[in-house]
Structure formats: structure tokens, C-alpha cells
Design a binder for this molecule. Sequence first.
Ligand code: XIL
Length: 371
Amino acid sequence: MITLPRRLALAGGAALLTGGAASVGPAPGIAASDGLHSRAQSKGMFYGAAIDHAMLRRDAAYMARVPVECGMVVAEASFKWEQIRPTPDRFAFEAAEELMAFAASRRLRVRGHTLVWHEAMPDWLPAQLSPATGERILATHVRTVAQHFRQRLAHWDVVNEVVQPEDGNALGLRSTPWLKALGPRYLDIAFETCAATDPGALRVLNEYGTDYAVPWEEKKRGALLDLLASLKARNVPIQAVGLQAHLDASQVALDQKVLNNFVNAIASMGLGIIVTELDVRDNNLPADIASRDAAVAAHTRAWLDAVLACPAVSGVMSWGLSDRRSWLNEKYTRADGLPQRPLPLDVDLGRKEMWEAIAASLATAPHRIVV
Ligand code: XIL
């Protein structure tokens, strides 16, 4: 007999699973009180996952599992310009609203991802961006989209992947159509417009490539910290940094001290930190499943232990929940053609060693005061 927490009983018992499961567990019938989000909550944090639109529509078993493990969701693609702005004159919120409806019916919070990115741009956008048009196009988009979702999102990734020191910009900014059209003030416009439109959504700068003690990532961490200092100095209303955490299980340069110093440096500027897109690729590891799963879990544990030691980190999101669906199988295919195993649940929705690693890291993390 499983007692559902009141929150889930109210949501119609959607969290109760009846199917059997393989691997480490779980036993049939799992309550959310045992899930990653509950474990995170007991430390004042949240756990969540990115949802792919096709899975949302067609995989009921997977979606039933989401509220068991998650308190927050984010769309893999449905909030990006490519989806929301098919033409300059049309805003298309249908796909995003399907995720909003799912989240509302399960009482999950939602992150918005993302208002500014150099990828997933509709074809018309880079073609129309210029110094003359840029501010109007950007401010109109941010105002309209943030207004549409006003008071319904917990966070906005206001800007995504803006740091790239190799591009030679004095502030370490990536060379993008946004930077070319507007200069660094595109950041100010995006954060200020978001703050004015939906002040309750936490405003996040989301970044990748800050995980390892290798030269390009060392440079990127330095450039990101300098950029944050300059944003703060000119009162740009940024509130938190998202660390994507697309990790590589074969990477040996994982230095916990370096990582911990980095997150502490962000926190010392008065900014929050969220782990936004955790997954661990295994495309450079041998095929054997047991050793891949063990390596992915050990890597997850080492990275998360170093990051969650900082009490400014408010939560962890993985980029997907089950190996049934990961963008990594498109981005980095294995030479042997096998699917990767980068996420906490396996293809049968069984808990993997990575799930145990996340649970263990949450269990050893210090309690947070601010959620
Ligand atoms: C990825 C999605 O997962 C893919 O389905 C899509 O084709 C490309 O984008 N960093 C980000 C995410 O900020 O938006 C990316 O998502 C993964 C890398």
C-alpha cells in the first residue's frame, strides 16, 4: 500500500506507477515521496528534467514518471524562437502551452528556455537583425513572450550560451547576430525587458563548458566571472547563473576544488546558481553497459558533490529523465552505434546508478536556506 503525498493525490494520483522496472529498481508502484525532487526538497532544493515535445505527446508511461522524480520541468525546444516565432508577425505558443498544461495538471513548476540564443533562430531572424532593427525585434520578443507566460514560470533563461572568449570580444562575448546588431547591450535589453514584464520569474544567464580543468574551460570560467561582475556593476537585473553540466564520463580533468571555487565565486556576487541541463555522455567509453553506468554515476557524483557543496545552488535539472530520449544520441553518436546511457532512468524507466549518485549527492549536500 502506497500513500501518496497530498500534493500528488490532488493531482489525480498520476505519480503512481504500476509497470515493472528493470535494473537497480524501482519496485512496481513508486511514490513521489521517494523521488529525486522530494530528496532535493528535504535540502531546500528542487529536482527537475527537460521534456521533449514528442515524448510529451506520445509516451504516457514516461510522462507518468516525471512527477514522481521532478518538481520542475523545462521544454527541450518549445520555448525557443524557432518554435515560438515562425514569422516576424506570428507568435505560436501551442507547443509550449502543451507543456504548461501538463505541468499545471501535475503541479510542477516550469523554467522558460530561452529568450536569447544564437541557435534555433528562425531563418527570418538573422536576416532581419541590424543595428537599426535589433532593439525593437529583441524587446518586442522578450516583452510579448514574457507577458504571455507572466506569473506562470519559475525561471527564465534570459540569455543562453553567450560567453566564448575565443571570439575575441573584450567582454568575452560570443560573436552572434545579437552581438553584431546591438553590441553587448543586447544583454541589458533582454534582462531589463524581462524584469519589467514578469518580475517574478528568476532571471538566469545559462552557460555550458565550465565543468573541467582544461584550458578552454578555464578561460571560459574566467570570462564568465568577469562578465557577471560587469553586468552587476552596471545594474543589469540578472539574478542567477545556469550551469548546463553536459558532462563527459571519459573526461579525467574533473577537479572538485576548481569547480567549487567557481560556484563560490558566482555566489559571492550575490547570484544564485542552478544546474540546468545535467547529462553525462558515454560516447568515448567501451560498450559494456555495467561499466558505462558505473562511470557515468561516478562522474555525476564527483561533479555534483563539488557543486552542491555551495549553498547558493538551488536545484538540479537533467536534460531528459530517461535514456529513452536524449539529444546526445543526435549530437555525439557512438562509433558502435549503441544508444548512450546519460540520464538517471534507463529505457525501462528503472533507476540506474546515476539516479543513486544524484540521490547520494543530494543526501550529503548542506541544507539551503533560500530555495
Ligand atoms: C537541444 C535539444 O535537446 C535538441 O533537441 C535540439 O535539437 C537542440 O537543442 N544546450 C541548450 C539546449 O541550451 O537548448 C540544447 O537543447 C542542448 C544544449
